[in-house]
Design a protein around this ligand. Structure first.
Ligand code: NAP
Length: 296
C-alpha cells in the first residue's frame, strides 16, 4: 500500500486527511500547530516533525495550506519537501494558490525526478468531511492516473484539466462565479429585508428556482442568522481574488463584476472579519445601505 503524507491540517486539511486514513492508507502528517496532528495521531497516523520528514517517508505527499508563499516555503524552503522527497514520488498541492507559482514549483521538482500536481478543490468543509469534493487537476496525465486512487478517497468529481497550473486556473474560474453568487445572495437578502419580507422565506422560495445557488442556499440563511463562523474564511477569498486579478491582468481580460467583489471583501477584511466566513460580506453591504437585515 502506498504511504501518503499530508501537510496542513486546517479546516479542510484535517477532514481530508481523515478520509485518507479511514480508506486504509498509511498516513504521515505534519502541521504548524500541534492539536490537529495529535488528533490524527490518535486515529493511527504517524507524526512527522517537518515537511522534509513527511517527504522522506511517503510516496504521495499532499499539501493543504493557506497561500502561495506557504506552499513555496513548505515545498522548496528549509526542511521542506524537496529536501526529503525521493525520485518517482508525486507531490500534490490541494490548496488554492497562484497557477504561476505552481508552474515554478513543478519545474523545480522535475529537476529531482518528482512529479507535481496542482489539485485545488471545491465543496467546502462539508465536502471534505463526506469525501465528495470536486478536484480539478493540473499536471501530467500519467501522474494524475497514479494519484487518482488517493484523490478518490477525498473527492467524487475528479477531472484532469491540463498541464501544471491548469487545476488552479480552473479554480480561479470557480472563484469568479462563487464571488458573484455571493454578492447576488447579499443583495437579494438586503432587498427582501428592506421591503419588509421575511428573508428566510424568500431564500426558500427563490432558492429552488432559477436564482438558486450554493451560496444562496447555504450561506443565505447564515447571513440572516448572523452566523459568521467560518467554513471558507474571508482572508482566503481576498487571497483568491488577488490571484484572479493577477491572472486576468496577464491575460489582459477585463472582468468588471469580480473586481467589485474583490474591493468589497478587502473592505470586509479591513473591518476585522478576516477569519470569519465569507457570508459576513452582508455586513459591508448593510453599512452601504444603512439597513441591517432583520431590522425595521
Ligand atoms: N475552507 C474552505 O471551504 C475551502 C474550500 C476550498 C479550498 N480552500 C482552500 O484550501 C486552503 C486551506 O484552506 P483552510 O480553510 O483549510 O485553511 P486553514 O484552516 O487556515 O488551514 C491551513 C492549515 O495550514 C497550516 N499551515 C500554515 N502554514 C504552515 C506551514 N508552514 N507548515 C505546516 N502547516 C502550515 C495551518 O496551521 P495553523 O493551524 O497553525 O494556522 C493550518 O492548519 C486554502 O488555500 C483555501 O483557499 C478552502
Amino acid at each position: 500500500m502506498v504511504v501518503v503524507g499530508f501537510i496542513g491540517l486546517g479546516l479542510m486539511g484535517k477532514p481530508m486527511a481523515k478520509r485518507i486514513l479511514s480508506a486504509g492508507y498509511k498516513l504521515v502528517v505534519h502541521s504548524r500547530s500541534s492539536p490537529p496532528v495529535e488528533e490524527l495521531a490518535n486515529l493511527g497516523a504517524e507524526k512527522a516533525s517537518s515537511p522534509k520528514e513527511v517527504a522522506a517517508k511517503a510516496e504521495i505527499i499532499i499539501t493543504m495550506l493557506p497561500d502561495s508563499p506557504d506552499v513555496k516555503k513548505v515545498v522548496l524552503g528549509e526542511n521542506g519537501i524537496a529536501e526529503g522527497v525521493r525520485p518517482g514520488s508525486i507531490v500534490i498541492d490541494m490548496s488554492t494558490v497562484s497557477p504561476m507559482v505552481e508552474m515554478e514549483i513543478a519545474e523545480e521538482l522535475r529537476k529531482k525526478g518528482v512529479e507535481y500536481l496542482d489539485a485545488p478543490v471545491t465543496g467546502s468543509t462539508m465536502g471534505a468531511e463526506s469525501g465528495t469534493l470536486t478536484i480539478m487537476v493540473g499536471g501530467s496525465k500519467e501522474a494524475f492516473e497514479r494519484a487518482l486512487p488517493v484523490l478518490k478517497t477525498m473527492g467524487k468529481n475528479i477531472v484532469h484539466m491540463g498541464g501544471n497550473g491548469m487545476g488552479q486556473m480552473t479554480k480561479m474560474c470557480n472563484q469568479v462565479a462563487v464571488s458573484l453568487n455571493l454578492l447576488g445572495t447579499c443583495e437579494a437578502i438586503l432587498l427582501a429585508s428592506k421591503a419588509g419580507l421575511d428573508p428566510k422565506k424568500v431564500i426558500e422560495v427563490i432558492g429552488s428556482g432559477a436564482a438558486g445557488s450554493w451560496q444562496l442556499n447555504n450561506l443565505g440563511p447564515r447571513m440572516v442568522e448572523r452566523d459568521f463562523r467560518p467554513g471558507f474564511k474571508v482572508e482566503h477569498l481576498v487571497k483568491d481574488l488577488r490571484i484572479v486579478r493577477e491572472v486576468t491582468s496577464r491575460l489582459n481580460l477585463p472582468l468588471l463584476g469580480v473586481n467589485m467583489v474583490a474591493e468589497l471583501v478587502k473592505a470586509l477584511e479591513q473591518h476585522g472579519y478576516g477569519s470569519e466566513g465569507t457570508q459576513a460580506l452582508i455586513t459591508v453591504l448593510e453599512k452601504l445601505a444603512t439597513h441591517q437585515v432583520g431590522s425595521k
